[in-house]
Ligand binder design. Structure first.
Ligand SMILES: Cc1ncc(COP(=O)(O)O)c(C=O)c1O
Length: 397
């Protein structure tokens, strides 16, 4: 069934599409525009590593450029990189993907997400996802003609998605469940048992799962559970992975998707016409990252862990209740004690104390009452931010 658009929009010419009008600009960007006009701001806002890409990874790309590797690659990406990704997934999760037909190299998880949605959705198909969730999820669903069906998650339950809540929202039009754990914005991680409940539901109802695991390597004191490694889920999962976070490679625009051949073939068809291939220098760098980057990941993870503990303790001390996030590099403390909404809190904190955090509502309605604080910044910055936030919270109690 095609979507029913408002009548007055069906005949408009010389204008932008109704579909595009359904999405708004990222709430995070709005905030950073404000921030860039101010001096001396301590930012816990932007969700990217403060490390530069490890030198040997940059060097691999420089070397390949020097050698003249400046062409398109195969649409699917360099076979060597697909082989490295396959061997990484085998080592990490005992998952076997055929690098020839079950893997595609994408321009970041962002492109992987877009391709996944466009490959599986028909107009009017519903996609269940947690609220709050990563800002790009609902727009990617809408732009592919789908309908996002957000499932409220709560701080009391560490913002985990419950299988029973999903079950209550399954309809004839439910095509997929889109999850992303460790979570941006909450830092929540779901245990293997909790994920298995969702897997069971997906299998029973024959629903596809798109699992964004970009933070898989950034977990603290626990093991990451890959959704595709759950019983029966390899064939029914589109696994999205990337290099941006764990290897500090946000600017390179490189990631991958793994799924059964039939799905990867359709994703590759779309990618071939819209992206053609991921940048070759980024692919060269990613090969180096997978081959020799594990020690760097470990080092950065240790440093994030140190910062995580300081931030969680500090936030709870100043009365911003915050559960201990076990993954990614975000905390999602409550601001309710101040009587301010998330947006008011973030705006006033920026103006009065020059600390940037992101309002929880940028990630969905259920983010109300919370703000996202990213700890991918120096300990000195975190300590400075906590001092300023403490003053702010005391003033607004
Ligand atoms: C959950 C999640 N998925 C995907 C992305 C985008 O990743 P990439 O840089 O690989 O496009 C981000 C970036 O913040 C993210 O937090």
């Amino acid at each position: 069934m095609p979507p029913v658009y408002p009548a007055q929009l069906q005949t408009r010419r010389n204008t932008t599409s109704y579909r595009a009008s359904q999405i708004s600009s990222s709430g995070i960007r709005k905030f950073f525009d404000l921030l860039s006009s101010m001096g001396e701001v301590v930012s816990l806002g932007v969700g990217e590593p403060d490390f530069v890409t490890p030198w040997h990874i940059r060097e691999a790309a420089i070397y390949s450029l020097g050698r003249g590797d400046t062409m398109y690659t195969s649409n699917s990406g360099l076979l060597e990189l697909r082989q490295e990704v396959a061997s990484y997934l085998h080592q990490a999760y005992h998952l076997d993907y055929d690098p020839q037909v079950e893997l595609i190299i994408t321009a970041g998880v962002s492109e992987g997400l877009d391709l996944a949605m466009r490959a599986i959705l028909d107009p009017g198909d519903e996609v269940i996802l947690p609220d709050p969730a990563y800002v790009a999820y609902p727009p990617c669903i809408l732009l592919a003609g789908g309908i996002p069906v957000p499932i409220p998650t709560r701080g009391e339950n560490q913002f985990k998605l419950k299988a029973a809540d999903i079950e209550a929202r399954i309809t004839d039009r439910t095509k997929a469940i889109l999850i992303g754990y460790p979570s941006n914005p909450t830092g929540a991680v779901m245990s293997r048992e909790e994920l298995a409940q969702i897997a069971k539901l997906a299998r029973k109802n024959n629903i596809m799962v798109v699992s964004d695991e970009i933070y898989a390597q950034l977990v603290y004191g626990i093991e990451h559970s890959c959704f595709a490694s759950l019983p029966g889920m390899r064939e029914n999962t589109i696994l999205l992975g990337g290099f941006s976070k764990a290897y500090a490679m946000t600017g390179w625009r490189i990631g991958y998707a793994a799924a059964r051949a039939e799905i990867i073939q359709v994703m590759t068809k779309i990618h071939q016409y819209t992206m053609l291939c991921a940048p070759i220098m980024a692919q060269m760098a990613a090969i180096e990252a997978l081959k020799f980057g594990e020690a760097d990941v470990q080092q950065m993870r240790q440093e994030y862990d140190r910062r995580r503990r300081v931030m969680v303790a500090g936030l709870n001390d100043i009365g911003m209740a915050c559960f201990e996030p076990k993954g990614a590099f975000y905390t999602f403390p409550a601001v309710r004690g101040t009587g301010l909404t998330s947006e008011e809190f973030a705006e006033k904190l920026l103006v009065e104390e020059k600390v940037a955090v992101v309002p929880g509502t940028a990630f969905g309605e259920c983010g109300e009452g919370h703000v996202r604080c990213c700890y991918a910044t120096s300990l000195a910055n975190i300590e400075q931010a906590l001092e300023r936030m403490s003053r702010f919270v005391d003033r607004h109690r």
